[in-house]
Design a protein around this ligand. Sequence first.
Ligand code: ADP
Ligand code: MG
Length: 383
Amino acid sequence: MTEKLTSRFRAVFLREPEFVARAPGRIEFIGNHTDYNGGSVLGAAIDRSVWVALARRQDGIRRFASETHPGIVELPVSAMDRVVGAQSWVNYPLGVLAAMRASGIATPGGFDYMVASNVPSGAGLSSSAAIELSSCLVFLAAAGTSVPRDQLVALGRKAENEFVGVPCGILDQGVSGYGRVDSLVYIDCRGPRFDTVPLPAGSNFWIFNTHSKHALIDGLYAARHQECMEAARVIGVASLVDATPAMLAAAETKLSRTAFKRARHVIDEIARVEQAVTALRAGDLAAVGKLLVASHRSSRTWFENSTPELDFLVDGLESEKGVYGARLTGGGFGGAVMALTTEAFGEPGVKRISDAYLAKFGSRVEVIHARTGDGAALVTRGR
Ligand code: ADP
Ligand code: MG
């Protein structure tokens, strides 16, 4: 991909890039709606990335190009307003520059910038975090500076939360930043604190994206958030991470039925993340697979953020050979299912699932095969 990006850079800007960086997409492995409850989450960086190339200019002009968006966006260095309309994708790199500036970090002046990617956009694999982190790495290099990895992750998240305006948690940027081949990234969301946990080689991921999305999704997220906060208040803890199953049972009669159900999911899910870490360290992928399915069932029953489409996919995958387990990945209310599999699961199984899905729902599911990948890195350091 570096070669392809470099030759496109040459074709568009008629010069060589000085810096190239790469950052991977990610999968939410287990830990559903645990982040804002102070819990932990496991994610996987995948072997698909966003790549950014940059060469500095001395005339105070910034030019942005993407292979997926026609045209070049040209802005003076002083222009730091949000872009609206067809070229609003530049808010990702602009947001990173704004976050760097607000954090007192040196930013480059003028430059030519190009992005290329094999992370499908909007498929729940967080192409947005990948473009943020790869952009940040080339900007830092072009400004002759660097930051620790936790700050790189924080800058990407700040760009997305404050400039783009998407209230994502720390999972997306944390996994893109800390990913490692044959590993999962463990995030204790309270720090946040990052760690990696080995994943046995030969583990495969399959993503089944329904491209369905609940019309009221933002309101549903907000309601779930609110219900979790209410449950924590009634139980008498600051966050649900501090509540035990016994505390929940003791508070059951004081809790609304809804708040009880949400808390039940979150408290169990945080425990499942820890159980998954233990099972992974023991190399017991069969146990990990059971936890994935238990997570999905809990989403369906207690958190009520699954859909018939997602349930259908998980049920179908569970009975396929070579599938350890499957669950909805991401916020829910539509979106995608992730399966952890051996090499034994492949195209025949994918076809069975896809055909059955088409027959039942009358629409096609998009299937993406991925393995683990390495986290964000500067690939070319300039001449
Ligand atoms: P996801 O992060 O799940 O892929 P988002 O909606 O959060 O979905 O982010 C997708 C957005 O990120 C795109 O709409 C676009 O603005 C930006 N983006 C992702 N990849 C690219 C790319 N290769 N070129 C330009 N913009 C991109
Ligand atoms: Mg995103």
